[in-house]
Design a protein around this ligand. Structure first.
Ligand code: GAR
Length: 204
């Protein structure tokens, strides 16, 4: 059994999609903990309902970014994670933290990276006038919203779209590609070669 620790900051819909896929598809893994930097993250209740330890490591009032990440790392490592999954965890991470979880920490970002890093990605896409938009699963490195790309999903940008409509269309795809990517990692089918991620075919 492999251990997955999921970090959230809010709603946690991607976390929920991963928890459900893990149960329904009987992955050789358990969601060992869900950790939030915000006490009012809605996703914590879902974790509790599913008997998953739901932990708050509050970022508000932390002495420094380094001190916070060190404490977060201590709490994560108490669950001996094979994989750390960032699912709407809205924090910039220190290089020491990203190095500690090198090649074993995934993130989902709501754009087709390397386009539209940072916040308000759907607004950025609308303002850029792109015709397609989407989401990216990637390994986390020290550089924000960079790192080897695992999976991408593409959606059309339609006439009349606003930020919310586009976000909703992308989110549907996030809930497909993120659980699939986590499963591929857990099954040991993912290798990172420089910037490229190779995914071995499923056993027959
Ligand atoms: C998702 O759209 C995710 O891609 C995004 O936050 C949302 C979280 O929703 N993440 C980022 O913007 C990270 N830079 P969720 O809490 O319902 O999964």
């Amino acid at each position: 059994m492999k251990n997955i620790v999921i970090l959230i900051s809010g709603r946690g819909s991607n976390m929920q999609a991963i928890v459900k896929a893990c149960q329904q598809e009987q992955w050789p893994a358990r969601i060992a903990a869900v950790i939030s930097n915000k006490a009012d993250a809605a996703g914590l209740a879902f974790a509790e309902q599913h008997q998953i330890p739901a932990i708050v490591v509050p970022s508000k009032g932390a002495a420094s970014r380094e001190a916070y990440d060190a404490e977060l790392q201590r709490q994560i490592d108490a669950f001996s994670p094979d994989l750390v999954v960032l699912a709407g965890f809205m924090r910039i991470l220190t290089p020491a933290f990203t190095a500690h979880y090198e090649n074993r920490m995934l993130n989902i970002h709501p754009s087709l990276l390397p386009s539209f890093v940072g916040l308000h990605t759907h607004q950025q896409a609308l303002e850029a006038g792109v015709k397609v938009h989407g989401a990216t699963v990637h390994f986390v490195t020290a550089e924000l919203d960079h790192g080897p790309i695992v999976a991408q999903a593409v959606v059309p940008v339609l006439d009349g779209d606003d930020e919310d409509m586009l976000a909703q269309r992308v989110l549907v795809q996030e809930h497909l590609i993120y659980p699939r990517s986590v499963r591929q990692f857990i099954e040991g089918r993912m290798t990172v070669e420089g910037n490229c991620v190779r995914i071995a075919a499923e056993d027959a």
